[in-house]
Design a protein around this ligand. Structure first.
Ligand SMILES: Nc1nc2c(c(=O)[nH]1)N[C@@H](CN(C=O)c1ccc(C(=O)N[C@@H](CCC(=O)O)C(=O)O)cc1)CN2
Length: 282
């Protein structure tokens, strides 16, 4: 059996960022205002600091302004909600990103819901989940949106395929399954209470691993010829899929790093420019 073809998220994301930069320049030229993304980080978790910095760097490359709000780890739900409401009301801010996770003492859902839907470029609010699920115009959760784009780039049509999503988090597993369903895949969610994970994964034409458990999905569980998307972001850039064994069975596979991660940020930038264009009336 030949090895799987790699789905190159770095190259695809670079093309999206270049296209987004052209659109951002158009918005700036026509309105005199550059698209602006506000990033909000609670605490100093090193991985989150890195992710936010990556987002700011990509924004700079694309001609998107970024405004950063760094809050101490002790920030309460009320304080965070207050900050997000202020940014939501600020006409100079077109998109808002609250970096997840925010700390166990904070009600993250309450915080996400303080983001105005028209500025929810990270696709984390109930409103965005609803529009996404019904295939209506709105913003998608960035990693699932990036996954769908990558599948399209590599000619994978989910219609009629069995898709297994391992993980059910609000910003990753759940919306990934909804987007696959919206494209007519037959979707199964697996999670910590799933009885026989290997048996479920073995049925899948498309596997989306989004559970945050390093190398949980092994090659022996992959159906020969399946499409494997590794959305795991564990310490040390280790995915949820055991790449070395999975690459021997899959037809297409995303690497970590260089797969889904860059697509997440590209989607965020793309949606920020869309939000700015709508708010500025162009
Ligand atoms: N509000 C959000 N919080 C979080 C999200 C999100 O989409 N919205 N996703 C993850 C983390 N994340 C973005 O925030 C993210 C993780 C990884 C990457 C990435 O590009 N990784 C690179 C490797 C990075 C490195 O070299 O250090 C890769 O995979 O190639 C981007 C974004 C949790 N929080």
């Amino acid at each position: 059996m030949t090895q799987a073809r790699l789905m190159d998220g770095t190259a695809t994301a670079r093309r999206i960022v270049e296209e987004t930069a052209r659109k951002a320049a158009g918005v700036t030229e026509r309105t005199g205002t550059a698209p602006c993304l506000a990033t909000v980080l609670v605490g100093e978790d090193p991985a989150s600091v890195t992710y936010v910095r990556m987002k700011q760097n990509r924004c700079r490359e694309a001609g998107i302004e970024s405004r950063h709000v760094a809050l101490p780890a002790s920030t309460s739900t009320e304080e965070l909600v207050g900050t997000l409401r202020e940014l939501s009301a600020d006409p100079g801010v077109h998109g808002i990103l609250l970096q997840h996770p925010v700390g166990d003492h904070v009600d993250e859902r309450a915080a996400f819901e303080a983001i105005a839907p028209e500025k929810d470029v990270d696709g984390v609010t109930f409103a965005s989940f609803a529009t996404m699920s019904f295939g209506l115009p709105g913003f998608v959760s960035c990693t699932p949106g990036g996954i769908m784009r990558l599948l399209d780039e590599y000619g994978v049509d989910p219609a009629g395929k069995r898709a297994v999503v391992v993980g059910r988090s609000a910003i990753l597993g759940k919306p990934a399954g909804m987007l696959l369903l919206a494209r007519d895949a037959t979707v199964t969610y697996c999670h910590s209470r799933t009885r026989d994970l290997s048996a479920a994964v073995r049925e899948a034409d498309i596997v989306v691993a989004a559970v945050g458990r390093p190398r949980l999905i092994r090659g022996q569980d992959i159906k020969p010829g399946a499409v494997v998307v590794d959305a795991g972001y564990n310490a040390g850039n280790v995915g949820d899929v055991d790449f070395d064994s999975a690459v021997e069975r899959a037809a297409l596979i995303t690497p970590v790093p260089g797969g889904v991660g860059p697509m997440t940020i590209a989607t965020l930038l793309e949606q920020t420019v869309t939000a700015a264009a709508r708010q500025l009336g162009v």
